[in-house]
Design a protein around this ligand. Structure first.
Ligand code: ADP
Ligand code: 5GP
Length: 205
């Protein structure tokens, strides 16, 4: 009998800004040290404490357009006024090597990847690996508190992110899984359980 091979995952985690996807993503990476987090490119300015190549690759619009033209992004989108894109090559390389890849991206990016999964466009290894999870904030008041409490954005930015949250929530039903991030411990445990469950699932071509 062959030893069962664990299915590598292309795990897309999405949520309105402030719902807790970065926090839950970090917890997941602690629990699964072999999982690779995709580092996105963005045209937005670094926030204090952010490092190029660790949090994002910070590039200007001209370079971002060059990379779009070269087909370097698996997906890209304009989010809250800046551009963000997932570099294609590291994702494909990691999956080929049997590693899990975590994408923490907005709902437009998740939708774009979902479209890529629809045959006949999809590469079979991407299609087999794809799992998407939407993180739901307990309610809008809590979302506002979290965005304010994080202390990273000015009042106008927070208002814009809260306004966008309504549209983003409308797409929640398109995700395979939804997790309400009320108690952090429960939400982190649920996300880990999904990964364990999906590792073992056999996906036919
Ligand atoms: P996102 O990446 O979705 O924008 P973050 O992970 O940055 O959100 O979380 C926003 C803020 O809310 C952070 O300050 C984080 O520490 C806090 N937070 C995240 N999850 C919870 C939770 N379950 N309970 C309380 N605070 C939380
Ligand atoms: P922030 O500016 O707060 O780091 O991110 C803003 C939003 O952009 C978040 O919802 C984040 O998940 C999303 N984002 C980050 N990288 C990417 C990416 O590569 N593609 C897409 N579509 N969204 C991204």
């Amino acid at each position: 009998m062959n030893t069962p091979v664990q299915r590598p995952l292309l795990l897309v985690v999405s949520a309105p800004s402030g719902a807790g996807k970065t926090t839950l993503g970090a917890r997941l990476l602690e629990a699964f040290p072999d999982m690779i987090r995709s580092i996105s490119c963005t045209t937005r300015a670094p926030r204090p404490g952010e490092a190029n190549g660790r949090d994002y690759f910070f590039i200007d619009m001209a370079e971002f357009k060059r990379r779009i033209a070269a087909g370097s992004f698996l997906e890209y989108a304009q989010v809250h006024g800046a551009w963000y894109g997932t570099p294609r090559e590291p994702v494909e390389q990691a999956l080929r090597a049997g590693r899990d890849v975590l994408l923490i991206i907005d709902v437009q990016g998740a939708e774009r990847i979902r479209q890529l999964m629809a045959p006949p466009a999809a590469a079979a290894d991407l299609q087999r690996a794809f799992v998407d999870v939407f993180i739901v904030p307990p309610d809008m008041a809590t979302l506002r508190q979290r965005l304010t409490g994080r202390g990273q954005d000015d009042a106008a930015t927070i208002e814009r992110r809260l306004q966008n949250a309504g549209d983003e929530m409308a797409g929640a039903s398109r995700f395979q899984y939804r997790i309400v991030n009320d108690c952090l411990e429960d939400a982190a445990a649920r996300l880990q359980a999904i990964v364990r469950e999906e590792h073992g699932r056999v996906v036919k071509d």
